[in-house]
Design a binder for this molecule. Structure first.
Ligand SMILES: [Zn+2]
Ligand SMILES: [Zn+2]
Length: 294
């Protein structure tokens, strides 16, 4: 048996009897670098050539896979119980519009605040999921509407407070923070939207005694740091883990009994035709991180 990541699909296995792709919905099976390939498509081809079965595993299959299983193009086997037979956690949807109307200007709802407090008292851990890194997600002039954009990619730049820079999350372009609008010269340049840096700052303001750790591309730098952060969260019993998509993968945290998704509907407003599908997958996968029961 050969275990491997994406490129294992190229291994010259003799006598291939079966290919298994776990978490088949995962975007990383598609390579963004040369050689460009999708390991899943390749697996289908290789399985056919070798006349062997291909097993796709997922709790949140991608739409094509699900569609094919609905139409009997591929055979579906339903797993009726979770691995540890634990129940899925209860999910509550909080409408922040009504909270705003009653005076809550925070991105953390009253309900989430209450549950986080409970967890802190009971020494249970919490995960906060926000799929946008940086501090503010866009910079705009209040007078003329100018939005700071990347000169290479034409997408809006994200403000990173700790580095005090504006950054393009696509190509990595970086520029100094704007104080004066380059279009109209106004000094009413303001910062909007919330990223993980700002969320962490807010959590510190609301819960000054809580310990936190943040995981996004900005904190994961050197090799294995991804593992280090998650191990630290688990072993040092840090109160709150704040992170992007990265926290969704792998790892089981027995002491996590609350997962808060911050501006969940924000995931729908990404210019990708798969945005609703990805949003659903992320929500289900992140909810599975929470153990039911206190
Ligand atoms: Zn302006
Ligand atoms: Zn760019």
């Amino acid at each position: 048996m050969l275990f491997g990541a994406r490129s294992a699909i190229f291994a010259p296995v003799q006598n291939l009897g079966m290919i298994i792709i776990d978490e088949e919905h995962d975007l990383s099976y598609k390579s963004d670098m040369t050689p460009r390939y999708n390991a899943k498509d390749l697996a289908k081809y290789i399985a056919k050539q070798n006349n062997c079965p291909l097993v796709l595993g997922s709790a949140t299959p991608d739409l094509e896979t699900y569609y094919e299983s609905e139409n009997s193009k591929i055979k579906r086997y339903n797993l009726l119980y979770r691995a540890n037979k634990s129940a899925m956690p209860d999910v509550e949807v909080i409408d922040l519009r009504t909270e705003l109307a009653s005076g809550n200007r925070s991105m953390i709802s009253y309900r989430l605040n209450e549950l986080m407090n409970q967890n802190l008292k009971n020494k249970k851990q919490t995960i906060l999921f926000l799929n946008r890194r940086g501090y503010s997600t866009f910079v705009m002039c209040r007078d003329c509407g100018y939005v700071a954009k990347c000169k290479n990619c034409n997408i809006s730049l994200t403000y990173h407070k700790f580095e005090n820079k504006l950054r393009c999350h696509y190509c990595g372009y970086e520029q100094n923070v704007l104080k004066i609008c380059p279009e109209c010269g106004s000094d009413k340049v303001r910062y909007f939207g919330t990223g993980t840096q700002k969320l962490e700052e807010e959590v510190h303001n609301i819960f000054p005694n809580a310990t936190t750790i943040r995981m996004d591309i900005d904190t994961v730098t050197k090799k294995n740091s991804h593992e280090e952060i998650l191990n630290k969260f688990k072993n040092d019993n840090i109160d709150i883990l704040i992170g992007t998509q990265m926290i969704v993968k792998g790892h089981h945290f027995p002491n996590v009994t609350l997962v808060g998704v911050i501006s969940a509907d924000g995931m729908l407003n990404i210019d990708d035709y798969r945005a609703p599908e990805r949003a659903f997958q992320s929500l289900v996968q992140v909810a599975r991180k929470s153990r039911k029961g206190k």
